[in-house]
Design a protein around this ligand. Structure first.
Ligand code: FAD
Length: 443
């Protein structure tokens, strides 16, 4: 019989439990990717994400081809598409690795029960998080809302399982099923084509991801604790899009890091990724609602369109902010320290709602995901759980002195930024604090 493996955020052949299980069943294996822009609540991908997806799917098709597995591309409402493919192939089983946002889980749960009712085997696997969200709970069985005890609880659980190798054997039989042409999905920007900087910065796909991981654990990891906060040093792994698209599994990253170096502080950063997903599981509206309800009455003024445009294009006159926003636009990535600074500047100096910034990041980051992006925006804004307190306002000039002492980063991305900010940093900071006092009093 034929098995279908439905690929989503797991564009890899190594440590892919659904793929391995399908090949072990014997028979033909058909891989499916669905571009779903129709199911209720599914957030359409941003521009940079579409670019990444296009190239990563091309790479996945090659990796699967080597295993005798065809990658079938279909567009539409996922439940309907999977059903159709089951009918067309006479598949006996559908397998996938789990995903965790509420709209996606709803699709998956409904589909699972419908397929089972029709006599199709369905199996789902844990592959994208080290700890399934419902396995890490407090003594009273609820989710943790603070990182430190959450991570302590994760570390007290059994060590994350070892990654699976890529399937050793090819699928027993091959199948040939009609597929969309990837080019027809128009995931790549055309007029204008702004993707040149992305192509210079990245090679999407699993083989490049694995090379990048090995380079990092053999090189940068040893120095990570010291270098991670200085954007000029390139001291971090830049693995975030690899994890976002599942070109690497967190199990692979975890064990490579532990084997190379014990892992140290780097493992804790993987913990923040886990915590973001855990928080989304607790609070599905993370991208649209304040975790702390008192922020619902925050008196955001009408966004100043001029200031917002200057922020997006890296023309604020604040060198570190401009450098970060231009790095983002050019490469689809930004250093974590700088993400915190540009986010703080938008929310606390320009007094623009964090959701406006979250949307820009969603559209421009190659690693934007449904949990980490809103989680971190809420963290900076102060509206999140275990967040930076609202009154802690980064001074972007001092941040630059401290974390980019030789102006390496600023000179790379914004050598022309004047240091004459479009707003008065002190006055806007005071205005933000006054607005915050209002919501505190209202509580
Ligand atoms: P490293 O320092 O090498 O860390 C290793 C891995 O740990 C990362 O690849 C990432 O998967 C994970 N990680 C590290 N820090 C965090 C964190 N704070 N939250 C969640 N995961 C973390 N990260 C995303 O993956 N997607 C996003 O959409 C995203 N949006 C962000 C928005 C804002 C406003 C801020 C302040 C941070 C955001 N981050 C996001 C977190 C962090 O900035 C990136 O994960 C990190 O910069 C990626 O670079 P790296 O792979 O070199 O990180």
């Amino acid at each position: 019989g034929t098995s279908i493996v439905w690929f989503r955020d797991d564009l890899r052949v190594h440590d892919n439990p659904a793929l391995s299980a399908a090949i072990e069943r014997g028979g033909a294996v058909v891989a499916l990717y669905v571009l779903d822009e129709e199911s209720a609540g599914i957030r359409p991908l941003g521009g940079a994400a579409r670019w990444w997806l296009h190239h990563s799917l091309e790479s996945l098709a090659r990796g699967l081809g080597d295993l005798g597995v065809q990658l079938v591309l279909r567009r539409g409402e996922a439940q309907r598409v999977v059903h159709e493919l089951v009918a067309q192939t006479g598949a006996e089983a559908v397998l996938w690795n789990r995903r965790y946002s509420l709209p996606e889980r709803t699709v998956d749960t409904d589909l699972k029960s419908r397929l089972r009712a029709e006599g199709t085997d369905v199996a789902s696997f844990a592959a994208s998080l080290l700890h399934e969200p419902w396995t890490v709970t407090t003594g009273t069985g609820s989710h943790y809302s603070v990182f430190t005890p959450f991570w302590r609880a994760c570390l007290s659980r059994p060590t994350p399982r070892l990654p699976l190798p890529a399937p050793l054997e090819a699928a027993a039989e091959t199948a040939s099923v009609p597929s969309d042409d990837l080019a027809d999905w128009r995931l790549l920007p055309r007029a204008p084509d702004w993707s040149r900087g992305l192509a210079e910065a990245w090679e999407p796909g699993e083989p490049a991801a694995r090379r990048q991981l090995l380079e990092f654990v053999r090189g940068g990891l040893a120095d990570y604790d010291r270098a991670r906060d200085e954007p000029g040093l390139e001291g971090t792994s830049r693995l975030s899009p690899r994890l976002r698209w599942g070109e690497l599994s967190p199990f692979t990253v975890w064990h490579e890091a532990v084997a190379a170096d014990g892992g140290g502080r780097f493992l804790t950063e993987l913990g923040w990724r886990e915590f973001a997903w855990h928080t989304l599981d607790r609070f599905p509206d993370l991208a649209t609602k304040n975790l702390r309800a008192e922020f619902d009455s925050f008196p955001w003024p009408q966004p100043d369109e001029y200031a917002l445009g200057a922020w997006r294009s890296g023309q604020t006159g604040v060198p570190l902010v401009d450098a970060g926003m231009r790095e983002l636009w050019t490469t689809g990535h930004m250093h974590n320290r700088v993400r915190m600074v540009v986010a703080s500047f938008l929310v606390k100096n320009l007094l623009i709602d964090w959701r406006v910034g979250e949307e820009w990041f969603w559209d421009t980051l190659v690693d934007a995901d449904a949990a980490s992006n809103p989680f971190n925006w809420q963290w900076v804004a102060g509206s999140g759980a275990d967040a930076a307190p609202y009154f802690r306002v980064f001074n972007p000039m001092l941040q630059a002195e401290k974390f980019d002492p030789h102006r390496t980063y600023i000179d790379r991305w914004a050598p022309d930024s004047t240091g004459e900010p479009i707003v008065d940093l002190q006055a806007t900071r005071r205005a933000a604090l006054r607005a915050y006092d209002e919501i505190k009093r209202a509580r």
